[in-house]
Write a protein that binds this ligand. Structure first.
Ligand SMILES: Cc1cc2nc3c(=O)[nH]c(=O)nc-3n(C[C@H](O)[C@H](O)[C@H](O)COP(=O)(O)OP(=O)(O)OC[C@H]3O[C@@H](n4cnc5c(N)ncnc54)[C@H](O)[C@@H]3O)c2cc1C
Length: 397
């Protein structure tokens, strides 16, 4: 939903403009080096905190910017044109925040959201386990009640972006492994590594490896282990009730899918920009390759994919901001824009010829970053299933 007390469209445009200048001046000159070194971009994270991006979609009431989803998506697309990894630092953080804002108790909202909005606590979303990501209802991490208000959590998560470096995780667990249907036995906890007030580390929460990745460098995606990790319900069990965790996770994923779709727009757009520039400068057989029909066909298809992706993201963001059910729209945007990113990345590589395969040009990074978008936040296989189910539900014969 759009925030009633959020900024005007002019304010959103001004912020986008500021971020664009920062990306051009400070980020772009360093991306190639930092990405290839897989360097954790701490200075960029601090700057994104100053822009307020860790509270981008949190209500101003709780210290956030309260951006519209459309405005937020434009920022995500713009950052992804320069370095997609940077959007990962606040994406899952904002999903965790959204879960608290939508489903938390008043006490939880007041306690957690200002800390999340300022970036004082940067967080993650912990759904996937070694046993599986798509079939979330089969997770095994267990929270056992050990007193009136206390739970002990044991289990493990994997691929958790910001899990190793961040301070807290929106943690999906089983509170009743025997429940049928299975989702009724699932609950959501806000799981910090340390007490936010004293800074004292909690026992039983251990981080594992940062997983080595093809692309999406700079940001950590890693393993988390829990062994009799104790939390109280009042502050940590979202909404103070068991059995709603699956629903909470799913409701946050609509926003997550719009974020990933917007990243697709950014990557697809950058691939087009690089290809357009290169095709006009590189000559073969006495003319720029942009004048060869085979290259023109590619450029035309790439540009069309970019525009179609932008429109699908705007459509999904508008539905989301209007408070309408938007899983189909978000699914279409995510599916199309991320496949567009993948196709544009490989076409940009082909247009660059041998240089497209070189680490001296940015297109090889786009080529390594794009496939993640087709997997994360629900695979594109699953997106098509979601779209088809909604199509049938909205159009009963
Ligand atoms: C870089 C990176 C970052 C990530 N960050 C996070 C994170 O922050 N938090 C988090 O919780 N997870 C994260 N993930 C995990 C990601 O969400 C999962 O990898 C993804 O959901 C797929 O789960 P899986 O890997 O277990 O594949 P599986 O679920 O085993 O799927 C394997 C294949 O089978 C297909 N498939 C499965 N079930 C069906 C079905 N019913 N019908 C048709 N096809 C099906 C899938 O589409 C896929 O092609 C991240 C992953 C990566 C690579």
């Amino acid at each position: 939903m759009a925030h009633a007390d959020g900024p005007s469209q002019d304010d959103e445009r001004a912020l986008l403009d500021e971020i664009g200048k920062w990306l051009t001046r400070d980020v772009e000159p360093n991306v190639m080096r930092m990405e290839h070194a897989d360097e954790y971009p701490i200075a960029f994270i601090e700057r994104m905190k100053e822009f307020g991006l860790f509270g981008a979609t949190i209500s101003p009431e709780f210290g956030g910017l309260g951006l519209s989803t459309a405005g937020y998506a434009r920022i995500v697309a713009r950052i992804s044109e320069t370095w997609m990894s940077l959007t990962g630092f606040f994406n899952t953080h904002l999903l965790m925040s959204r879960i608290v804002e939508m489903h938390g108790t008043e006490h939880q909202k007041r306690y957690w959201l200002p800390r999340f909005a300022s970036g004082e606590i940067r967080g993650a979303i912990g759904l996937t386990e070694p046993g599986g990501g798509t079939d979330l209802q089969s997770i095994r991490t267990r929270a056992k009640k050990i007193g009136n208000d206390r739970y002990a959590i044991s289990g493990s998560k994997t691929w958790i972006t910001n899990g190793v470096e961040g301070g807290a995780v929106g943690l999906l667990v089983k509170t009743d492994p025997e429940a049928e249907p299975r989702h009724r036995g699932m609950s959501m906890f806000i799981a910090p590594k340390a007490d936010p007030e004293t800074g004292i580390a909690y026992k039983g929460f251990r981080t594992g490896r940062k997983l080595p990745k093809l692309g999406y460098k700079g940001i950590d995606s890693g393993e988390l282990f829990f062994e009799d990790y104790e939390l109280d319900a009042e502050r940590h069990l979202v909404g103070g009730i068991e059995g709603r965790g699956f629903h909470m996770a799913m409701s946050s994923l609509e926003l997550g899918r719009i974020n990933v779709a917007a990243r697709g727009v950014g990557v697809a757009r950058r691939a087009l920009t690089e290809a357009l520039a290169y095709a006009q400068g590189r000559e073969t057989f006495g003319k720029p390759i942009a004048e060869h029909q085979a290259i023109q066909l590619k450029l035309a298809e790439m540009a069309t994919r970019v525009r179609a992706s932008e429109l699908l993201v705007e459509d999904a963001a508008a539905a989301f901001d209007a408070g309408r059910r938007s899983d189909m729209e978000a699914g279409m945007a995510k599916y199309f824009a991320t496949e567009a990113a993948l196709e544009n990345a490989i076409e940009a590589m082909r247009i660059h010829g041998g240089y497209g395969y070189s680490r001296d040009f940015p297109v090889e990074r786009l080529y390594r970053d794009a496939p993640l978008l087709c997997i994360g936040e629900g695979t594109n296989e699953m997106q098509r299933i979601v779209i088809a189910r909604q199509l049938v539900a909205r159009n009963p014969a």
